[in-house]
Design a protein around this ligand. Sequence first.
Ligand SMILES: [Zn+2]
Length: 86
Amino acid sequence: MAKEKSLRVDRLKQRAKYCCCRYCGSELHVRQIVFHTQAMARIELYCDQCQKIEYGVEKEAYARLLWRRHSSTTSRIWKIMNSVCR
Ligand SMILES: [Zn+2]
């Protein structure tokens, strides 16, 4: 049981290294969280910025997401620029 738990913590620590928060892109930390409804504490990945439990996405996937969002904004700006200049 204890071994199983530490394996889970190791996995979470590994995940924290290559993942970030999907909402704000911050680093994730392995935190021990005590729920009011549960007697036992759980260990989860946690985002300090959002102050919530966040399983995270891979940093690479997050970067791609940002890029897609950014490039769509750029093309929108171009469209506006073109219509103004004409
Ligand atoms: Zn966050």
